[in-house]
Write a protein that binds this ligand. Structure first.
Ligand code: ASP
Length: 439
């Protein structure tokens, strides 16, 4: 068994957290490849080291004195080193970083040092080999990942290591310039390492015990999802549920490697397993509920619309010309409705209306704003009768007026449009009917 274990910033925020991580790694000898983030927040209101580095470098780039900010960053690392009783000096590394900051080595280089230094500490703490991500994760000149070269470099290097620490979040282009993924990108590094070594499992350790069935800000203590497929996850993340960086899915998904989301502060919890497919039935008919507020609908009516070939294309062309992407498009016989993000749409509203009039000469165009979309997602819906019936009777009982219904042909999700002000009540009603009453 080979496992890749990635630890997020809150799991490595201080020496106490490092110790928990050490215990987790030592308790299972298949945890051979470790991907650390930079130290995160130690308490509410604290600053992540990555953010400290960004603002420190801004000073450096303006040619201002950044010594105080650098001192605070150093202190974050020395606090960890002291707390772990390690014989490790990072003075050389810091001298180099300071010189590189003065030489304006770039924002991405600056941000990457958070993971680089934490990787150094982790490697000393565990006695695992340190592999600089700059030598094995390759970006092109435009800052995009070169996945094939990366896979080759990583497998070549790691096949010779019994165990290793590979810092997350960054890599380098061929000429050695350090580049980073977008924020939260250590998840992507973990996934790339898992693919390259053909891991049996990619464990992603964070500060929650997995994905929750719904948002805990809406439902108190929601249940944890035990197993979720990549497709379900995609639907839920798109609607706002986030735990994992989106790009972390592709490398492992291609190779059928499962991801296990685990909680560093509660290692006894099994967390959520993300898999390509499974014959395990979900615990409840639905896997999760997610949603977002802030949509608008544009309703277009024209008599005999249904016989006009190309009507839909012409309408959508207007949105495309204005650079607006649409979310959903339910249609009737003589009507079609387009759902868009309110914030994207508002300033271009009049151009879109004029465009639609020119393109298809509708009888009228009507708009409604402040709408919310809720996705009820679950692979179990396909084989269960009455899912939609239960959702809508729950919503009726909660006095929620349903504005739109859209069930994809995959039968993996049902999308429901409601008014913004009904959003929370709707989510609660759906959660209650499926999870609390468990029918
Ligand atoms: N440290 C980086 C960030 O704060 C990357 C990561 O943690 O994944 O975004």
């Amino acid at each position: 068994m080979k496992k890749v274990v990635k630890f997020g910033g809150s799991s490595l925020a201080n020496a106490q957290q490092f110790r928990k991580v050490g215990e987790i790694i030592r308790s299972d000898e298949s945890r051979r490849f470790v991907v650390p983030s930079a130290p995160g927040k130690r308490f509410d209101g604290d600053t992540k080291v990555t953010d400290m580095l960004y603002s420190c470098y801004q000073c450096a780039a303006r040619g201002e004195d950044f010594s105080n900010q650098m001192k605070a960053i150093k202190e974050r690392y020395y606090e960890i080193i002291r707390g772990l009783n390690l014989e490790l000096s990072l003075e050389e590394e810091f001298a180099r970083i300071e010189a590189d900051f003065k030489a304006q080595a770039g924002t991405e280089y600056a941000a990457s040092r958070g993971e680089f230094l934490n990787g150094k500490i982790m490697s000393a703490y565990l006695g695992y080999e340190f592999v600089d991500a700059a030598s094995v994760i390759r970006f092109d000149k435009n800052g995009n990942l070169e996945s094939e070269i990366t896979n080759r470099l990583l497998s070549k290097k790691l096949s010779r290591c019994e165990n290793a620490v590979i810092p997350g979040f960054y890599g380098a282009s061929e000429d050695g310039m350090v580049r980073t993924f977008s924020r939260g990108g250590s998840d992507v590094t973990g996934s790339l390492v898992a693919k390259a070594i053909r891991a049996d499992m990619y464990e992603n350790w964070t500060d929650v015990s997995g994905f929750l069935v719904t948002d805990p800000r809406i439902v108190e203590n929601p249940q944890v999802i035990e197993t979720i497929t990549y497709r379900e996850l995609r639907e839920l993340s798109y609607m706002g549920a986030t735990v994992l960086h989106e790009d972390a899915i592709f490398p492992v998904r291609d190779d059928g490697i499962p991801i296990n989301i685990r909680n560093t502060n509660r290692p006894q919890d099994q967390g959520t397993l993300i898999v390509e497919s499974t014959c395990k039935k979900p615990k409840f008919t639905i896997t999760g509920i997610a949603g977002k507020k802030g949509f608008c609908s544009i309703n277009i009516e024209k008599s005999m619309m249904n016989s006009e070939v190309g009507f839909g294309r012409k309408v959508l062309q207007v949105f495309e010309d204005q650079g607006i992407s649409f979310e959903h498009m339910p249609s009737g016989i003589d009507t079609m409705t387009v759902y868009v993000h309110q914030s994207e749409f508002e300033e271009k509203e009049q151009q879109v209306i004029a465009g639609i009039h020119r393109a298809v000469q509708p009888d009228f165009v009507e708009m409604e704003s402040d709408l919310a979309l809720i996705a009820v997602v679950g692979r179990g819906m396909k084989s269960n009768r009455g899912t939609a019936g239960r959702i809508f009777s729950a919503l009726a009982h909660a006095n929620v007026n349903v504005k739109m219904i859209d069930q994809g042909s995959s039968e993996l999700n049902i999308i429901i449009g409601v008014e913004n002000r009904d959003f929370e009540a709707a989510v609660r009603a759906i959660y209650d009917i499926f999870v609390l009453t468990q029918i």
